[in-house]
Design a protein around this ligand. Structure first.
Ligand SMILES: Cc1ncc(COP(=O)(O)O)c(C=O)c1O
Length: 359
């Protein structure tokens, strides 16, 4: 029996597509949603009730466990249109794996990777016209899982819902970003949930990020929670420095940093190009020194939303430290272009990273 038969996804299509209400020349992040969504339920760890329905509100019970005790995890990925019209996904298997690593940490059920992939590709085939081919546009895809059991009591729930919906988007940041070093608040602590894509991590980051934004900074640059001495990551991105020609990024072994798929891709491409890479601790002191001395020629964030976000300046303990101009940044400009060309099928995929859905 094929997987399609095992899952037997029930499909109910919309009778009224919203696509004509969307201006694909002006797509604020996360404002529009495509026509359909996928959902499935796990009771006592067994997945079933696979369905694709018109996108819309869902009904929840006031005691739904996720609302109270926070068992809620998500993923973020993008679909692009290749020159021949195919829909392209970038390393979707990694999102399926990371969802399950997050699920394990949050005491939630495993979702077989093949279910994730079948749900994703079936949904994309149905909503394929939402993947615009316009330069800079993509279809942002949000898979997520939450405890949907209606029950009070601090314990792992017995019922979970997994869903996928999507949202046509343009560029995440319009230009280089300004970061503020965070030395008071933390998003993650050793032994905590920072390396899981758990909803609560993002809630913990909102208040410090708001304080930074009021001062004109796009994101906080997180440091370790015990001493605020070492750089971790920034916003929803992993962070990279090019120091004397060496690509340096904090290690993800500390369990306080989300192991980004873009991060891993940048590292693999750098190694392929012969650029030395060091995954090691980088202290605030070192960062300050190498920016001031000019040894740090490039600094950028890497993540699905922005892909590569050049860092224009970092506020370190009250002082804005400027980085070299963006046009001079050979590595980050080149890797941004290369990854973008692989994802959109304009560059040969020598790493086997893309999944093509012919349309
Ligand atoms: C906290 C955090 N760090 C890093 C990343 C980058 O991960 P990826 O490259 O898989 O999008 C994300 C985005 O998912 C994130 O939320």
């Amino acid at each position: 029996m094929s997987l399609t038969d095992v899952m037997n996804i029930h499909v109910e299509k919309t009778t009224r597509s919203k696509i004509n209400e969307v201006n694909f020349n002006d797509l604020p992040f996360g404002k529009y949603f495509s026509d359909h969504m996928f959902s499935a339920k796990a009771v006592n760890g067994e997945w079933g009730e696979f369905q694709i329905t018109p996108f819309g509100p869902i009904s929840i019970h006031p005691s739904m466990s996720a609302l109270h005790y926070g068992q809620s995890i998500f993923e973020g990925m993008k679909a692009y249109r290749a020159p021949n019209g195919d829909i392209m996904l970038f390393r979707p298997w990694e999102n399926a794996r990371r969802l399950n690593r997050s699920a394990q940490r949050m005491c939630m059920p495993n979702l077989p990777e093949e279910y994730f992939m079948e749900a994703l590709t079936t949904l994309l085939e149905i909503d394929q016209q939402w993947v615009s081919g316009k330069e800079g546009n993509s279809l942002y895809i949000r898979p997520f899982m939450f405890a949907s059991e209606p029950v009070l009591g601090v314990r792992p729930a017995n019922e979970y819902t997994f869903m996928i919906f999507s949202s046509p988007v343009g560029n995440y940041y319009n230009g280089p970003i300004k970061l503020m070093l965070e030395t008071r608040y933390s998003r993650a602590a050793k032994g905590g949930t920072g390396n899981a894509k758990a909803a609560g991590n993002y809630a913990a980051a909102l208040y410090p990020a708001k304080l930074g934004q009021l001062k004109g900074y796009n994101q906080q640059l997180w440091t370790d929670s015990s001493e605020h001495k070492y750089i971790e990551e920034s916003g929803t991105m992993n962070i990279f420095f090019l120091i004397n020609g060496v690509l340096v990024t904090p290690p993800t072994s500390t369990d306080t940093i989300l192991p980004g798929i873009t991060r891993d891709s940048v590292i693999r491409v750098a190694r392929h190009w012969g650029v030395p890479v060091e995954e090691r601790l980088i202290s605030v002191e070192e960062m300050d020194e190498v920016i001031a001395s000019g040894a740090c020629t490039e600094m950028f964030g890497a993540g699905t939303a922005a892909t590569i976000a050049h860092v224009e300046l970092v506020n370190i303990n009250g002082v804005d430290r400027m980085l070299p101009s963006i046009e001079k940044r050979e590595f980050s400009n080149k890797v941004a272009r290369y990854l973008s060309d692989i994802r959109t099928g304009r560059e040969e995929d020598i790493f086997n990273w893309t999944l093509r859905i012919p349309v």
